[in-house]
Design a protein around this ligand. Structure first.
Ligand code: FES
Ligand SMILES: [Zn+2]
Length: 128
């Protein structure tokens, strides 16, 4: 079995609609992940690039969140309309989609201006 060259992790975490941190998959249908899977399959990439359903990636305020490895490129606010562009430009062409990238100051830093509260992903309890 060939080794996967890339993984596209798609947050499919659900929270109540009124959660202060938001929710990447409010309908709980993993629709975004399914679109990535289909887009990759259409291009014959099923064996080399995997679209994984991920739990909370802790970038909730920027969601829906997607991260592509091994590059470690983070995307925020990803919609169904962005899937083809990410696959074509980034996965196939090697050029990340600049307009959807999360700034370095937003990813895994306390300085992110968008972060309103922290949610314990195990208990979903919110602390400021
Ligand atoms: S709910 Fe998607 S990153 Fe946290
Ligand atoms: Zn931010």
């Amino acid at each position: 079995m060939p080794v996967f060259e890339r993984h596209v992790f798609v947050c499919t975490n659900q929270r109540p609609c009124d959660s202060p941190r938001g929710c990447c998959d409010p309908e709980g249908r993993r629709a975004l992940q399914s679109l990535f899977k289909a887009a990759l399959a259409r291009r014959g990439l099923k064996g080399s690039v995997r679209a994984n359903a991920a739990g909370c990636l802790d970038q909730c305020e920027h969601g829906p969140t997607v991260v592509v490895y091994p590059e470690g490129v983070w995307y925020g606010g990803v919609t169904a309309h962005d899937v083809e562009e990410i696959v074509e430009s980034h996965v196939i062409g090697g050029v990340p989609v600049a307009r959807l990238r999360l700034p370095d100051g937003c990813v895994n830093t306390k300085s992110c201006e968008h972060r309103v509260a922290r949610v314990d992903v195990e208990t979903d309890s919110v602390t400021p």
